[in-house]
Design a protein around this ligand. Sequence first.
Ligand code: MG
Length: 248
Amino acid sequence: MLRLVKLAGAVVVVMTASAFGFKEWKSGIEWPEPKVVDPGDAETPPSDAIVLFDGEDLSQWHNGTRWEIRDGYAISKMASITTKEKFGDCQLHLEFATPAEVKSQGQGRGNSGVYLMNRYEVQILDSYENATYHDGQCASIYKQYPPLVNACRKPGEWQTYDILFEAPRFDEHGSLTRPGYMTVLQNGVVVQNRTELLGGTSYIAPPKYTKHSDKEPISLQFHGNPVRFRNIWLRPLEARQPEYPTEG
Ligand code: MG
């Protein structure tokens, strides 16, 4: 079919699919309308996010009072902090900066970490011109996988992590039925691409899965270095409903 469309004062001939002998295909699935979310901007979270730290206080974290808060950011001190709320599959955003003053080297330089479910660590480290074992450098899944690339900014500069986390699934007997997965963007660069987790990350033992709840807290590591954090928010991710119908 040919259609005449008036566009900016000019009449344009638009050829629809049927003019080429095509018939449009549609899935026919009655999808629910996606919820409207205000995406915010670089400094503000999406409208449906759970804000875990907005620069004011760490009241949503156990041990939060042990960290110093100054000028809209928190400085890691004395102990790791752990969310009071528990989460499963999620999108997590946070910003961090390793110390501007470079001290020490390897794992002793700007070390912290983001633990999903309190046991799966995305390493935070000053890996700007700082050699260490690759599955322990910044943006590694600690002692499991190095990052795909080293996208670190210089010491003292703010960096972003955007983490998509899929929690592992266990049956009632404690057996793993589906591993966990992690996608990580560091400063907008993909550094983990749906990486399959091999189990909990540990300093002293190989990775191993141990059954845990569907939802567990998130923690930020204190590893002796004053790493700064700001703008921490999370969006729980529910499974799509209904799921895409499969034949048979
Ligand atoms: Mg660490």
